[in-house]
Design a protein around this ligand. Structure first.
Ligand code: IPD
Ligand code: CA
Ligand code: CA
Length: 260
């Protein structure tokens, strides 16, 4: 079993390494490339992932890595790091100050540690399996909102699905906004999950996410006492794509709202 204190210090060192380059990039005009018409990538996404991977490989050269920009290496390894070097790229590229770095660490497919850093607000969210979740070292607890009718929710819309009326999330958005206090769309799924963990949001759902969007955040929500499942209430895995995260109390109502 890997010493998680060492994993934590590597996660924190990786954040320290790339934070300045992300903040410097936010203040200047960037070179933007397009993976497709809607999916942007900046030079900062690429540089951030390179920096994070270098720090991890210095300490744990045999570990697997799954990064949004670099793909998967050493897929047979017992330990794997799942990295979103910049979650909220569209916000970042438009100078909208809401984005983060997200790093999850798994052993044999089970999340053990996650760290998410918001460089604008200097907020670091962390969780270790079985040991709770924290924000800048202070323990986190999900909200106690008992009913969907009193809930503040959050969601996102996968650009790749915008032309598919059945799967583009608009029908679910339409159902939810009639049932709750309000719905936010921030543009960073990883931070959305952190805000479920702080209790500012009561629930979050999204369809069509990738493993790096939810790895660290799903552990942070669970360790803050929340519930994280697939759309039908079954266990969430990084391959699920769909995620429903909540304070647990409103979870059954969220799942029934998402039923076809
Ligand atoms: C995106 C953000 C966004 C979500 C998208 C993701 P990226 O990640 O998390 O909130 O709605 O589905 O792809 O591309 O900024 O890393
Ligand atoms: Ca992402
Ligand atoms: Ca990203």
């Amino acid at each position: 079993m890997r010493d998680l204190a060492k994993v934590r210090s590597v996660g924190r060192a990786a954040i320290e390494q790339v934070r300045p380059l992300i903040m410097a990039g936010f203040d200047r005009r960037l070179t933007i490339s397009y993976k497709n018409e809607m999916d942007l990538v900046t030079e900062i996404d690429l540089a951030s992932e390179k920096g994070i991977v270098a720090i991890i490989e210095e300490s744990f050269p045999g570990d697997g890595i799954l990064g949004e920009e670099g793909g998967e290496v050493r897929s047979e390894a017992e330990y794997r790091w799942v990295i979103d070097p910049l979650d909220g790229t569209t916000n970042f590229a438009h100078h909208f100050p809401f984005f983060c770095i997200s790093i999850g660490f798994e052993q044999k497919g089970v999340l053990q540690y996650g760290i998410i850093h918001d460089p604008i607000r200097r907020q670091t969210f962390e969780a270790e399996k079985g040991k709770g979740a924290t924000l800048n070292g202070e323990p986190l607890q999900v909200s106690k909102t008992p009913k969907l009718s009193a809930a503040l929710l959050c969601t996102g819309f996968a650009a790749a699905r915008r032309d598919d009326p059945e799967r583009n999330n608009m029908p679910f958005f339409d159902r939810f906004w009639k049932k709750c206090h309000g719905i936010r769309r921030t543009g960073s799924a990883a931070l959305d999950l952190c805000y479920v963990a702080t209790g500012a949001l009561d629930g979050f759902w999204e369809l069509g996410l990738s493993p790096w969007d939810t790895a660290a955040g799903s552990l942070i929500v669970r360790e803050a006492g929340g519930t994280v499942t697939d759309r039908d209430g079954s266990p969430h895995t990084l391959k699920s794509g769909c995620i429903v995260a909540s304070n647990g109390l409103i979870h059954p109502e969220m799942i029934s709202t998402l039923a076809i």
